[in-house]
Design a protein around this ligand. Structure first.
Ligand SMILES: [Zn+2]
Length: 203
């Protein structure tokens, strides 16, 4: 190195020190994805609160929170946790072995018994009426996941399916939400409201 001279060595050393100091000081800005500040405790609290309040009938297991600890990117960790919880939501079986609350006889209508018997795969003419009565009986609460559901998002679910001999009596009908309708029919599972809601807690 003698041919380069002392001045060069000193100035390059200073330059290297300056570059590394700069990288160190601004590391958070430079490696934004890895250092993005996330209040993880807040995220954990919010998702647990959300699920407990909105889907109390689903028994979520939170072990993914510990097992994802080694993920360096905090956002990736949050999305990994959300994916796991949504999977649990999808994979929870609907309980078909319970008896819904009874409805008093005077709430029933003339064609009620006649239309309760299925004819082929056709839904009864008074399907909308059945839906309304069952929604009131179930307090607009999805009987699979427990979310309070707006009338336009309510679906009827048959505890015993027609092919298994189920009929349209109100004892065989419960209401479920739009997400649970997608889960029970295995349709549009990519677009679940629960996923959007949980994603909204990732800042
Ligand atoms: Zn539901």
């Amino acid at each position: 190195m003698a041919f380069l001279g002392n001045d060069f060595i000193i100035s390059s050393t200073i330059l290297i020190v300056v570059i590394f100091s700069f990288l160190y000081i601004y590391r958070k800005k430079i490696f934004k994805a890895y250092y993005q500040e996330i209040d993880f405790d807040l995220f954990e609290k919010q998702i647990k609160e959300y699920l407990q309040t909105n889907h109390p009938k689903i028994n979520f297991n939170y072990k993914i929170i510990n097992s994802s600890q080694n993920e360096l990117n905090p956002k990736t960790r949050c999305y990994t946790i959300i994916d796991n919880l949504v999977e649990q939501f999808i994979n929870t079986d609907i309980d078909t072995n319970f008896t819904p609350r009874p409805i008093s006889q005077n709430q029933l209508w003339d064609s009620y018994t006649f239309n309760a018997k299925p004819i082929g795969t056709k839904l009864p003419d008074d399907w909308a009426k059945r839906k309304m009565v069952v929604a009131v009986r179930d307090n607009n609460i999805c009987q699979r996941c427990g979310i309070h559901t707006k009338p336009e998002n309510i679906h009827l679910f048959l505890l015993k399916s027609i092919k298994d001999g189920g009929q349209f009596y109100l004892e065989n009908l419960i209401i479920i939400c739009k997400d649970c309708q997608k889960v029970t029919t295995k349709k549009d599972l990519k677009y679940l409201n629960i996923k959007d809601e949980l994603n909204s807690f990732v800042q």
